[in-house]
Write a protein that binds this ligand. Sequence first.
Ligand code: ADP
Length: 492
Amino acid sequence: MKFFEKLLVANRGEIAIRIMRACRELDIETVAIYSTADKNALHVRYADEAFQVGEAHPSKSYLNMERIIDIVKKSGAEAVHPGYGFLAENANFARLCQEENVTFVGPRWQTIKAMGSKVGSKQLMRDNGVPVVPGTDGGLKSLDEAKKVAAEIGYPVIVKASAGGGGIGMQIVNDEKALEEAILASQRIAQSAFGDATVFIEKYLVKPRHIEFQVFADEHGNAVHLFERECSIQRRHQKLVEEAPSPVMTPELRERMAESALRVAKASNYSNAGTVEFLYSNGNYYFMEMNTRLQVEHTITEFITGIDIVKNQLAVAAGETLPFEQDDLRIRGHAIECRINAEDPLNNFQADPGKIVRYRSPGGPGIRIDSGVHMGYTISPIYDSMISKLCAWDSTRPDVIRRMRRAISEYIIMGVKTTLPLHYAIMNNQQYMEGNTHTHFLQEEHILNTLERYKRDEETRMQTLAGSFDQGKKIAAITAAVNTYIQQKKKS
Ligand code: ADP
């Protein structure tokens, strides 16, 4: 079924290619946009047509709404898929598309706007009986209010930007003395990053798990969930490893959380694919926010459900009815995604852009790689440092962990530092294997500290770890040392 004749992808990198792949399978022609920095990028070559949208800086290219709409018109595209990031959660862009009679592949602009405010969406959820993290009712009005609420809910608390994303502007506060400064800092960051200085306070949960539900709704009142993903392994409040289903999920908990997630979708008049994020702690779960777009980690949900989320996004955007009901959906096996970034886990995950001088990606049974790079490709410091999403599927969790280790050991990336060795260490970590993860896992498990011990011959080691097929044994040896160290630390 052909939902559109031609679609423009308002994005770059792996996600642009992911969307175009769905289009190619559906015989939809694709239009790419690119900045001057991306002239030779893979997504440009993959598309049927490509237009330069502006200079390298995102504000001059991938965020330039008027220019993108001009290209839509010029190319004759009927629809725009925004991917994730850039304009994906920009209500003004979705509205502009509507005004220009272009289909925006995503929810209605009013929904994006309502859910774009963490303060507003929390309020909406509270009103609809969905549990939320205790905290201020709305945006913070005064320091006195902050002190009062923090004292009521108890320290530690977290100050968050209402318009926030990507963990930006969050401040953890352990006592009243530090409160004022944290609020001012958060407001300052929020104003400069999002143009909105509204901040709020909520209870800082100690060692929660991040569990999110993929929901899907059409424009005819049907809504289903595609089960959950657990994204607890994070650095700087940003996801690094995701898996589906969650190792702590029980049928009873899933039923309750899914019911809440669908209630969120109904309350926001949702249509298309979206994600409802919860924090889970000690048997309780709390709504955190809704992402009104395709997620980076949608791939693992595709693995366990067998559903192509992007194709269904296109169908729903074209006004089709969802082709499945809740009872048609089943979880099949287990999937993990490792985000392979060009960054240095040993240096506070600092980005390490540069040229990839040697590259060979893994393959074989149950492996999926979504990437926009190739040998000789230069990772630009201007955009995010993701090299690829390495995803694995197998019938059980222990099996998929083993499969992921195997895939990592096959992966060759040279020229930049990567998160590969860290992923290997995680996949071999006893606590991870037992499913005992939480959002502070990386700090707690001393994985980073332990990797630090091998810093001496860092460059060689990184190359070795990210190296060639026969390096699997060396990685295993280092990981064994890492685990011994962790065990010793625990005993002492
Ligand atoms: P963003 O939109 O900036 O990504 P989120 O609200 O989605 O921010 O939160 C991202 C991560 O920050 C969570 O997965 C969790 O690790 C941490 N976090 C946010 N709120 C809390 C909280 N109240 N208690 C503990 N951790 C939190």
